[in-house]
Design a protein around this ligand. Structure first.
Ligand code: COA
Length: 152
């Protein structure tokens, strides 16, 4: 079951952040900068969906707009929200991530956004999930791809 997220979910989003960016979390300064993905949750442009199993949250996908002066890892511009997503490790590979993305993309369409972006480790099996949803690589570094989905 997928439901829309709200301010009460911020604690769970913080937990999931560690999973979403596990490949960045080892690096001191970068680990600290992960807070930008959830701090002050509830500002304009923030949206989240939560996957539940037996009433317990098992995954989350959320997006947020970033300013050019304080961009996310997958920043493309100030009008394109950046997606974070994670499913708890024991529940991966069962379609939950795909369902979360479907639901989040629907929210983005409803809100009139023309695209979504994200940053993903270039060796992640998750790349396939994003490609299937129509995300395309727009930039790459040694460790990560920035991928963008066009909604227009
Ligand atoms: C990306 C992620 C959310 C996908 O969630 P999920 O519930 O495993 O996704 P699905 O079950 O819908 O799709 C799984 C697909 O990914 C692959 N996959 C990726 N990681 C996997 C894992 N750890 N276990 C099983 N399958 C995995 C499967 O092969 C499957 O591909 P298929 O559809 O061709 O069979 C999840 O792997 C995750 O939390 N990863 C760590 C966080 C991350 O990398 N986030 C992206 C950057 S923000």
């Amino acid at each position: 079951m997928i439901r829309r997220g709200n301010r009460q979910d911020v604690r769970f989003l913080r937990d999931m952040l560690r999973h979403a960016f596990y490949w960045r979390a080892g690096v001191g300064a970068e680990a600290a900068s992960l807070w930008r993905y959830v701090s002050g949750w509830g500002r304009r442009g923030d949206a989240a969906v939560i996957a539940l199993e037996g009433g317990f949250p098992v995954g989350a996908a959320w997006f947020r707009l970033f300013a050019r002066e304080e961009p996310g890892f997958g920043f493309v511009d100030e009008q394109t929200p950046e997606v974070s997503i994670a499913v708890v490790p024991s529940r991966r590979g069962r379609g939950i991530g795909t369902e979360l993305l479907d639901a989040l993309i629907e929210v983005a369409r409803e809100q009139g956004f023309e695209g979504l972006t994200l940053s993903v480790a270039n060796d992640s099996p998750a790349l396939g999930v994003f490609k299937k949803q129509g995300f395309e690589k727009v930039e790459q570094t040694d460790v990560a791809w920035t991928m963008r989905l066009s909604l227009s």
